[in-house]
Design a protein around this ligand. Structure first.
Ligand code: FAD
Length: 381
């Protein structure tokens, strides 16, 4: 694509920023429209491995990411009576693998520091309308302004506004997994160092871990058919209700939830589409193929996809680039989504027999079995 062509990216998350950096470094001048007034992501751990690790290296940011890594060394899984079932040594687990584990807000800050010199940011704004003709995309924005571009990239996450404006409802399938999630940061009330702790019951799970800067972060998932998050002010009460009678450590993490910080909450939804592009509009990351947090691969795949799309756009027409990108990434997400639905049954087993079998397996199967499972998972995205 010629460098004077205009590219607009909706969303300054992992996918959007990665794409902008590649394009910016290759002479393009992309415009990023971000809904929030500044870069501010919820702080939970994500990993870049395999292809995304290699692309981070090629982009010249790998060292910065490794320097800010979360430094987790071990993970322990507890049953509902807080008895340890399985211990994983992360140094052994990740030995020889190309992987960096980093808090999402740290990752986004590294990306933003690179991107801010290379592209234009319009914070606190959002698309409200998209009209396409054969060569151009015309957009209207929340602040009343309009713009025209040659390519519009929707990297605006699970609830993508680009997807809902540019695609028809029947082109998108939303699969609700029947699981709700929540996450926040808190101070280190457990006094743990460089580790993950996973507390597993039948219909609910919580993990809490150290963030690399002395704090803790936690993620909750529990069985629920609810389809929308409640308002911010009702979230803590909803979490307390969902975790009534939980193990002591889980209760402590809930009791120490900061009152002055927003709590992340959303149902787990997988997005599936037969095509991620339409005319001159293309979707990236969670907007195109949300895998959910249970995959552990959403960040990596967003980074990978952003890199593939940008590199191809630099060399090719949008039509060719969109197809190349989809041909490389779609087979990956098509495998990860069903595997994640199976993983969901492991974390939140429907039947009591499955729950008892899971706890038995975690307590008595050889450690090497789980090491192999996790190594395989982090070797492919
Ligand atoms: C609690 C939790 C834990 C997770 N754990 C992991 C993990 O362990 N490993 C892993 O790999 N992944 C994990 N994930 C998933 C991972 O965070 C996502 O897959 C990844 O962030 C997707 O990147 P993205 O850039 O596509 O979307 P996002 O990171 O969601 O970024 C979207 C951006 O678009 C912006 N935006 C939204 N709407 C608009 C709009 N209308 N206009 C303009 N901008 C807009 C948002 O503000 C945001 O900046 C987890 C997710 C959650 C919620």
């Amino acid at each position: 694509m010629e460098k004077d062509k205009k590219i607009i990216i909706s969303g300054a998350g992992i996918a959007g920023l990665t794409t902008a950096i590649w394009l910016g470094k290759n002479g393009f001048n992309p415009v990023i429209i971000e809904r929030t007034p500044e870069i501010r992501a919820y702080g939970y751990i994500v990993s870049l491995s395999h292809k995304s690790y290699q692309y981070a290296d090629e982009l010249g940011i790998l060292k910065k990411l490794c320097d800010r890594g979360a430094g987790i060394k071990a993970s322990c899984y507890y049953n509902k009576n807080s008895k340890p079932m399985l211990n994983l040594d992360y140094q052994k687990l990740f030995q020889g693998l190309e992987i960096v584990q980093i808090m999402r807000d740290e990752l986004e800050m590294v990306l933003y520091e690179e991107a801010k010199e290379l592209c234009e940011f319009r914070f606190g704004n959002s698309l409200t309308n998209i009209v396409q003709d054969k060569k151009k995309v015309h957009v209207e924005l929340k602040d009343g302004t309009t713009d025209t571009c040659d390519v519009l990239i929707g990297a605006d996450g699970l609830h993508s506004v680009t997807r809902s404006l540019a695609f028809d409802e029947n082109e998108v399938s939303n699969e609700y997994l029947g699981i709700f999630s929540s996450a926040y940061r808190l101070s280190n009330v457990l006094g743990i160092t460089d580790r993950f702790e996973n507390h597993m019951e039948q219909s609910r799970y919580m993990c809490v871990y150290t963030t690399g800067d002395g704090d803790l972060a936690c993620v909750f998932i529990w069985k629920s058919d609810r389809r929308e998050a409640p308002p911010q002010e009702d979230r803590l009460a909803m979490l307390r209700k969902a975790y009534e009678g939980c193990p002591e450590t889980v209760q402590k993490v809930i009791d120490n939830c900061p009152q002055d910080e927003p709590i992340y909450m959303d149902p787990l939804i997988q997005i599936r589409m037969p095509s991620w592009h339409k005319g001159r509009v293309v979707l990236l990351g969670d907007a195109a193929h949300c895998l959910t947090l249970l995959s552990g691969q959403g960040a990596s795949t967003a980074f990978w996809g952003g890199s593939v799309l940008a590199k191809s756009l630099i060399e090719n027409s949008p039509e060719v680039a969109f197809e190349q990108y989809q041909r490389e990434i779609m087979p990956v997400t098509t495998k990860v989504q069903p595997a994640t639905r199976n993983a969901a049954k492991w974390y939140i087993p429907e039947k009591r027999l499955n729950y008892l079998s899971r706890d038995f397996a975690m307590s008595y199967l050889p450690n090497a079995f789980f090491q192999k499972y996790f190594r395989k998972k982090y070797s492919r995205a």
